[in-house]
Design a protein. Structure first.
Length: 209
């Protein structure tokens, strides 16, 4: 049974139902980071809680789901700022790629290419997409991708910060176009949710030299 897609905008909160997974979008912090709460059955995961941990926690509490994971697509402050507070509140494991962990960035479980994360009855697959940072990842679900700051509706993540690389970003954009099917819904780290069109990621290669 497939539950048809439902997208609604309630101020800062967007809700989408995909198969049996509910995806809630919250825009948090001064840099307007997209934080996503994924719920499948009685299990939840939080993606990129960059700030406003209390708002995120209140959203989760309203669902009754148990938070199993806090997942970071990369290690920039606007994507990890709420990690510690949410971990303290929910006892969830923090997951981030090993190349982006270390120092003040803590990982209970370092991620790598091909890892499968079970969230209730659903699964996410880890896709390594370095370029914005050395350990940037995308997360692929049944018919959606969470792209972090690798790909946006109108561009790609900047590569001029520590750990960034034009050549890595170019390879990651080519990889995204290979592995993401036409029409998949993309949930970026900033800006609007969008549908992927083949060739979309490749359109930015000329900007990377």
């Amino acid at each position: 049974m497939r539950i048809s897609e439902f997208i609604s905008d309630f101020g800062y909160l967007n809700i989408r139902i995909c198969f049996f997974m509910i995806i809630k979008k919250l825009v948090v912090g001064q840099l307007q980071t997209n934080c996503y709460v994924l719920i499948s059955g009685a299990t939840a995961a939080v993606i990129d809680p960059g700030d406003e941990a209390q708002k995120i926690a209140e959203t989760i509490a309203g669902t009754g789901a148990v938070v199993e994971y806090i997942i970071n697509t990369h290690n920039h402050f606007d994507h990890v700022g709420g990690n510690a507070e949410l971990k303290s509140k929910f006892g969830a494991k923090i997951l981030i790629h090993g190349r982006d962990a270390g120092g003040r960035i803590f990982a209970d479980v370092p991620l790598k290419e091909g890892d499968i994360l079970d969230i209730g009855d659903d699964r996410l697959r880890v896709i390594e997409t370095p370029g914005h940072t050395a350990g940037s990842v995308c997360l692929s679900g049944a018919d959606f991708v969470i792209s972090g700051d690798t790909l946006f509706a109108d561009g790609f993540g900047r590569t001029d910060l520590p750990g960034g690389s034009n050549s890595d970003m170019a390879m990651s954009l080519e990889k995204i176009d290979r592995v993401i099917p036409e029409g998949v819904t993309v949930y970026p780290g900033h800006g609007d949710i969008f549908k992927y069109r083949k060739g979309m990621a490749l359109a930015w290669l000329d900007y990377l030299g």
